[in-house]
Design a protein around this ligand. Sequence first.
Ligand code: PAJ
Length: 285
Amino acid sequence: MRTVTTRSELRAAVAAARGRGARIGLVPTMGYLHQGHLSLVDAARAAAGPQAFIVMSLFVNPLQFGAGEDLERYPRDLPRDAALAAGRGVDLLFAPTVDQMYPAGEPQVQVVPGDMADRLCGAFRPGHFRGVLTVVAKLFNLVGPDLAAFGRKDFQQAVLVRRMVRELDFPVEIVMGPTAREADGLALSSRNIYLAPADREAALALFRALSAARDVFALGQTDPGHLLTAARDVLDAEPRVKLQYLELVDPESLDPVQTADARSVMALAAYLGPTRLIDNVVLGG
Ligand code: PAJ
């Protein structure tokens, strides 16, 4: 695996791979890699086929962090990440500085999403998805991938990237990888290392709550109120969990559903101490 830090080295390395007939798969990340990120490397490789050339980007994107969020203390460890990426078969690691990505400071031209970015997480993180889509668009233009992999864990993000690709005609196939979890159900996240032991234990209530709703749905319940109550009861029983939102939405529009079906997605965000965690499940999946 080669690591590059400049846009020109990135373009040259991708062009060389393309010249050899490679199909380019991109896995965008903010680093501090875990098995969720690495499972996307596998998904991208599988989708790209025998001629796969996998590019991973590793960039803590300041544009997507709001005031008072964890930009400064977001965990960073390039040597560790490079070893993990190489071990999983990444071909090219792109780890730029902020100056390299935004040489003129905050870009004057950005990708501004519509109402769908003001729901769920977006309601509590104004400007977050503008920052995400702007950096993803930039990465798509720098790499020119045939496909790019995103995790279902960040469900709203993956849906908005799909919309951006469709509505702005990026010639990129989007692959959505399943949520990787610890053995006890906690969704893997770079932020899990912030959790104090008692909060790590309490955080299990998130997936337990979503699973409870899924169980009630499996018994035939389709009323959103009942399904949300099933989840909320589990969360309420865990006082360390400070729920930010719990919603049952359509997977395409992100609108709240009137009647649940197997495709409906239950999503939540909650604070455990100072740490904000998110999770979601597909009711029928
Ligand atoms: P980051 O949080 O580092 O996540 C990078 C990718 O890994 C995203 O597609 C995310 O959905 C996926 N991922 C994270 N946890 C996962 C899990 N437990 N299972 C499966 N996939 C998981 O998301 C971002 O970075 C940024 O917003 C980014 C897209 C890189 C733009 O800056």
